[in-house]
Design a protein around this ligand. Structure first.
Ligand code: HEM
Length: 380
């Protein structure tokens, strides 16, 4: 029998929501022996575990190689989060809108008005990379680092099929973290008008230690770009596949915010994230032993018909705000308004420039935790 979950197969990624249906219906607690991880897929279970994390930790999982806020627990996590969160409120983030708009104007100005367009390389990758470079205050010359870590973190392109050797992958991640350290050090001596300069100013004021600053900066560097690339790409794919919904959005732009939430629900850029159990967990008659790694599969939860009727229908007027694509509770995504800001600027431009676009080439990356395109070309 073929395994229900096989992240190495293109068939799995092309039919991922059918596989999640099988898991939710028949194996709500499923042990994926290939990855030595227990997958939890029903909406109520995933949300409950996010809301009541007792008995779970974020550290010591396959995602905790580089210390970052998302893989930190307890007091350390609370201290950093409390200090940072006001800077990422919707109101504060909105002030970054001119930066996003000007990047997009530049990117779209370089595109032809019709014909075949490599939207992925020209816009979808570029907006989050350029925005984050400027927002954080990275030197523009370091832009190549984003490509390198993206290839490592987000899964291979099935067409190139060249997965980096583990030691090469670790070196790329280490180099990126070292680059963040170096930029932080530079900002301590020569601050600019950017977020990392703000962060080291909080350190100078005694609100954060150097280690706390580093842990947060790492999280921004590793969590803020490829996730947003996937939101823009996956949303573009949905608008291509569901022409009626695209038309509705063109005719009624006030539906945009709801459409973005429905994109999050339907094609979550982060499909699931791990936790380590510090106690036995009993769920649906199965006892998962303390010490095991579990995966909270947000994407399967977002397609649970007990929570969202007709979950495979993309409906931009659906009440989908309570999706779990950004997590929930203690670790809910800090950059959520940044991601929405970029999406709110990108989709109207896409539809204004290419209202009748078709997708002519696309393929999913092969990842065990994320979902995003390795290629996306359109014809306009
Ligand atoms: C579409 C884009 C994004 C998605 C889907 C996404 C998803 C997530 C998810 C699911 C978590 C929860 C982690 C957990 O429960 O273990 C998270 C945490 C986090 N995200 Fe995002 N994210 C996105 C964009 C961003 C951006 C743009 C930034 C920064 C500007 C960011 C910064 C963070 C940080 C700092 C955390 C850690 C929060 C904590 O552990 O307390 N994210 N993100």
């Amino acid at each position: 029998m073929n395994a229900i979950v096989d992240v190495q197969s293109t068939d799995y990624h092309n039919n991922i929501y059918n596989r999640y249906t099988t898991l939710r219906d028949d194996h709500p607690v499923y042990f994926d022996a290939n990855r030595n991880i227990w997958m939890i897929t029903r909406y109520d279970d995933v949300r409950h575990l996010l809301r009541h994390p007792k008995g779970t930790i974020n550290a010591e999982t396959g995602h905790s190689y580089i210390p970052s806020l998302a893989t930190t627990d307890g007091d350390l996590h609370n201290t950093i989060r409390k200090e940072i969160i006001p800077e990422f409120s919707r109101g504060v983030v909105e002030r970054l809108s001119p930066m996003v708009e000007s990047i997009l104007d530049e990117l779209f100005a370089n595109l032809p008005s019709s014909g075949e367009i490599d939207l992925y390389s020209e816009v979808i990758l570029r907006l989050p990379q350029l925005f984050m470079t400027r927002f954080l205050g990275f030197p523009e010359s370091k832009a190549d680092h984003w490509y390198e870590i993206g290839e490592i973190l987000m899964g291979t392109d099935p067409e190139s099929n060249k997965e980096a050797e583990p030691e090469v992958a670790l070196r790329v991640l280490d180099d990126f973290a070292a680059m963040i350290d170096q930029v932080l050090e530079e900002k301590r001596h020569k601050p600019g008008d950017d977020h990392l300069s703000w962060l080291v100013s909080r350190e100078a004021a005694g609100a954060l230690t150097a280690e706390e600053t580093r842990i947060f900066a790492n999280c921004l560097g590793f969590a803020g770009v490829d996730t947003t690339i996937n939101l823009l790409g996956n949303g573009t794919g949905l608008l291509a596949r569901f022409g009626g919904q695209r038309q509705k959005l063109i005719e009624n732009p006030s539906l945009l915010d709801g459409a973005i939430e429905e994109m999050f629900r339907m094609e979550p850029p982060v499909q699931g994230l791990p936790r380590r159990l510090t106690e036995d967990l009993e769920l649906h008659g199965t006892v998962i032993p303390s010490g095991s790694e579990i995966s909270l599969v947000f994407a399967a939860a977002n397609h649970d018909p007990n929570h969202y009727p007709n979950p495979e229908t993309f409906d931009i007027e659906r009440a989908s705000k309570d999706h779990l694509a950004l997590g929930f509770g203690l670790h809910k995504c800090i950059g959520q308004h940044v991601a929405r800001l970029e999406a709110r600027a990108y989709f109207p431009r896409l539809l204004a420039h290419y209202p009748n676009f078709e997708m002519v080439e696309s393929r999913w990356r092969m990842s065990h935790w994320a979902r995003g395109y390795a290629a996306l070309k359109i014809r306009a």
